[in-house]
Design a protein around this ligand. Structure first.
Ligand SMILES: CC(C)(COP(=O)(O)OP(=O)(O)OC[C@H]1O[C@@H](n2cnc3c(N)ncnc32)[C@H](O)[C@@H]1OP(=O)(O)O)[C@@H](O)C(=O)NCCC(=O)NCCS
Length: 168
């Protein structure tokens, strides 16, 4: 197993099929699903893993497994992906942390690690985070790593999407 990002309490590594149970606990949670236009059932979680494994091959990055250094347990995912943001394909930092592990600074720690990784390993002039405009936890996490409001735009899935940005 190769560690891609290391922080004080966490390490991030590539996810694989064996992470299904851990990731299902993170994504198929009613609170997390509140922010998504679809339901994370078993099939969606398996597709999520497969899509990220494809991304590692295609772009060299994706959503990675967020694991506790102390136990090795996977408590969420966080990483860099290319997303269609208001019609443009842009690098986005995303994160999901299992409900019982939230409010401990793990998303901030993982997202900062991913941002540092992206600044060293890619040459994108800007890094983005986007979410439904009501997703305060997500917006606060983006701002806690130095991102700032960039724009809001109407879209079908979210009603209004909020975009945060960090310029290198
Ligand atoms: C967004 C999410 C990853 C945050 O995880 P977390 O580990 O609890 O976040 P942290 O403890 O690192 O907190 C990061 C910042 O967000 C703030 N925050 C966290 N949860 C919050 C909430 N429910 N409401 C308001 N602010 C919140 C924290 O206060 C902190 O800000 P600060 O540094 O200014 O104090 C988590 O809530 C989650 O998984 N949500 C569902 C998935 C999701 O919406 N992901 C983004 C999709 S685009």
């Amino acid at each position: 197993m190769k560690v891609i990002v290391e922080t004080d309490r966490l390490f991030l590594r590539q996810m694989n099929e064996d992470d299904f149970d851990a990731l299902y606990l993170v994504l198929a949670d009613t609170e997390i699903m509140k922010h998504y236009p679809y339901i994370f059932d078993e099939k969606k979680v398996r597709e999520w893993i497969e899509r990220n494994m494809n991304r590692y091959n295609e772009t060299g990055f994706g959503m990675w497994a967020v694991c506790l250094k102390k136990t090795g347990e996977m408590i969420g995912d966080c990483g860099l992906t290319l997303q269609n943001i208001d019609g443009e394909i842009l690098p986005e930092i995303g994160y999901h942390i299992r409900r019982d592990c939230q409010h401990k600074g793990y998303a901030k720690e993982a997202a900062k690690g991913v941002m540092d990784w992206a600044l060293v390993n890619t040459d994108y002039p800007a890094l983005y985070s986007y979410c439904k405009y009501t997703n305060e936890a997500s917006i606060r996490t983006a701002e806690s790593i130095g991102m700032r409001f960039e724009r809001e735009y109407p879209d079908e899935a979210n009603g209004t999407t909020h975009v945060s940005v960090f310029y290198r």
